[in-house]
Design a protein around this ligand. Structure first.
Ligand code: NAG
Ligand code: NAG
Ligand code: NAG
Ligand code: NAG
Ligand code: NAG
Ligand code: NAG
Length: 339
């Protein structure tokens, strides 16, 4: 799957519950707006007070408030989505008292601070949790592993610190895990090898943190189907086991780490389109197999590679910066090898 197809797939997944509800009520009831549930309204008023959401006006039906969506049948709040807003404060624990919430989406709120409250773990229906581009801090809570229906978890672009909780691998339906652009330390948990193996391994976005150590061998037993982005950390050692002819991963970014392994004998997944290995300590030569791939991006610059760049495929379509700053790579688009 290409990126666009992949995001379509996500969009369909995301809209599916609403689509089903919609299709099952094509009759007059469709035009009747759901009437706000009294219990939900009480909780929403607590959230309004905690975050100073001035646009939520008590006299108006709460299902019509900005950022809210109610189930057409039950009229319970199923989605809370607030973007690009200057609301300030912490995520109020009251959010955990919206028991039918499926989507919690709060992003680009520069004044949203503090930790993720444990009350979030009460949201057993939650499938989509996106809290990116805020100023949240504290740990990535291990209680998130209790949200068994989650298929999308995005905490990127915040100030989360501490290590990645191993329990996240207990989320059986996860399709994507975004923890990138935080201040996370420690290792990638060994338990991540326990994610579902074939076709259902979540895309992993862990870039721009301060993760250290080797990546767990067990990740090599999984078939990632989209992306592995571990760039800009301090990860070290071997990563060659992420590759292999029969793997299904499409995008691999390991750039700006301390990886150190021999590239010469690595076999790449046949459908992989993006491979960024720049700024590591990778040695050996570029394998011939690269010319058989439909690569859209290749960058092996700033490593310790040697020998002739294989001639063919897409390899000469990248400019010399894709290859420069290695020990002794040569041949187009770099200068010819010395005879
Ligand atoms: C709430 O927001 C309004 C409008 O943005 C602002 O005038 C007011 O000072 C805020 N109140 C608090 C307690 O932050
Ligand atoms: C609609 O709501 C009623 C009462 O809450 C419930 O019994 C029924 O299963 C719901 N139907 C659907 C399709 O969700
Ligand atoms: C976090 O807050 C700082 C100011 O304290 C602001 O400059 C920055 O843009 C905020 N981050 C995000 C992602 O909104
Ligand atoms: C990965 O998927 C491919 C294609 O579906 C399959 O041939 C291969 O055996 C799988 N490998 C693993 C390690 O699951
Ligand atoms: C690569 O893509 C082709 C065509 O879509 C597909 O038939 C094949 O199974 C894919 N290979 C792997 C290892 O996923
Ligand atoms: C490869 O990565 C280096 C280092 O980040 C960058 O300077 C260069 O522009 C990149 N080249 C290509 C073709 O991606």
């Amino acid at each position: 799957m290409k990126t666009s197809q992949y995001s379509n797939y996500r969009a369909i997944l995301l809209s599916l519950p609403y689509l089903i509800v919609f299709l099952s009520f094509p009759s007059p009831s469709q035009s009747a707006k759901p009437k706000c549930n009294a219990q939900d309204k009480k909780v929403l008023l607590q959230i309004k007070a905690a975050l100073n959401i001035t646009s939520w006006i008590p006299d108006i039906e709460c299902c019509d408030w900005y950022g809210l969506e109610c189930d057409r049948n039950t009229s319970r709040v199923i989605s809370l989505a607030i973007f690009n807003n200057d609301i300030s404060g912490q995520i109020p624990p009251a959010v955990g008292d919206l028991p039918y919430l499926q989507t919690l989406d709060m992003r680009k709120l520069p004044y949203l601070v503090g930790e993720i409250p444990p009350a979030i773990s009460k949201l057993s229906q939650l499938t989509f949790l996106r809290l990116d581009w805020n100023n949240l801090s504290g740990p990535v809570p291990s209680f998130l592993s209790q949200l068994k229906n989650l298929y999308f978890l995005d905490l990127s672009f915040n100030k989360f610190s501490g290590s990645i909780p191993p329990s996240l691998s207990e989320l059986p339906n996860l399709l994507a895990l975004h923890l990138d652009r935080n201040k996370l330390t420690g290792n990638i948990p060994e338990s991540f090898g326990n994610f579902p193996g074939n076709g259902k391994t979540p895309d992993l976005f862990l870039s721009h943190n301060m993760l250290t150590g080797p990546i767990p061998r067990s990740l090599g037993d999984l078939n990632f189907s989209g992306t592995i982005d571990l760039s800009r950390n301090r990860l070290e050692g071997d990563a060659s086991f992420l590759f292999g002819k029969s793997k299904t991963v499409l995008f691999v970014d390991l750039s700006r780490n301390l990886f150190e392994f021999d590239l010469s004998k690595v076999e790449f997944p046949e459908n992989m389109t993006n491979l960024d290995l720049n700024h590591n300590k990778i040695f050996g030569s570029l394998p011939e197999g690269l010319i058989k791939m439909q690569l859209q991006l290749l960058n092996v610059s700033y490593n310790k590679l040697c020998g002739q760049i294989p001639q063919g495929g897409n390899l000469q379509s990248f400019d010399s910066t894709a290859y420069f700053h290695n020990r002794c790579l040569c041949g187009a688009p770099l200068p010819p090898c010395k005879k």
